[in-house]
Design a protein around this ligand. Sequence first.
Ligand code: GYE
Length: 305
Amino acid sequence: DTGSSDSADGGGGGDVITVGFAQTGSESGWRSANTESMKAAFSAENGFDLVFNAADNDTAAQIAAVRSFINQGVDAIVIAPIVEDGWDDVLQEAADADIPVILEDRTVSASEDLYAAWIGLDFEQEGVTAGEWAAAEFGDTETNMVVLEGTTGSAPANDRATGFDAAIEGTMITKLDSQTGDFTRDGGKSVMEGFIQNYGVDGIDLVYAHNDDMALGAIEAIEAAGAVPGEDIKIISIDAVHDGMQALVDGKINYIVECNPLLGDLVAAAVTGVVNGESVEPVQYVEDLAFDQAAAEAALPDRKY
Ligand code: GYE
């Protein structure tokens, strides 16, 4: 110990910042890329001591992880909240313990006073972009669509549904069914198997998947039923992770709206600012692109995840 202990008004300079990060789990390719980005940004080299927890998509376990960060007396807490609701109590406990909270990726319904900043993506806009493409491509023909929803109660599942539905309003696209596949490949596959059982491969024209992993699972189900994904059944998804982009290049997915998982540096900058008592932009949106097959071909070689 050099004796240069931290004071309340922020001695700062050179002191290690201890950060507890409550990640959702490891449900998707997007999540792996996000976790890597966060671990790289919150490295020891960058002056952080990161306490990492992945909750395996279990809301109670994620809240318990945040409580344990409070008990450990970390300098700041970062949360990627699995669901929007249910955060008021534990966020109040963090506030009472004077531990700042920064949200990344997903949003919460709790009061904005209970966290210092949120850094993430415009999920509703992602849904609008996906829906506008569907409306332009299929809106003038009778099109039977099924939806693979993300985790029930999560901000991206809620907002991607809202945005897409608004964009296809008044078109000839009919939503036959919509069920959660929990953002996983297995979930997407088994929900798609059920849809095929209920409506037949010939009864389904279009799949809207709230993420690439569920689209990749749906591709397996469609192929197992003897149909051609991307041709017999068109597919739109969100994320643009490597495997999704490859499927788009291969013609098995028809359109992908990006969701950028590389948030680590922005989140680390926000944490440093808040811990040092600087003013930090409370709402930070990161921009997303969108890809058709040609754009995916051009982008894939440089894709980092
Ligand atoms: O789209 C999905 C992941 O919250 C934006 O979570 C994130 C979503 C992402 O499981 O693949």
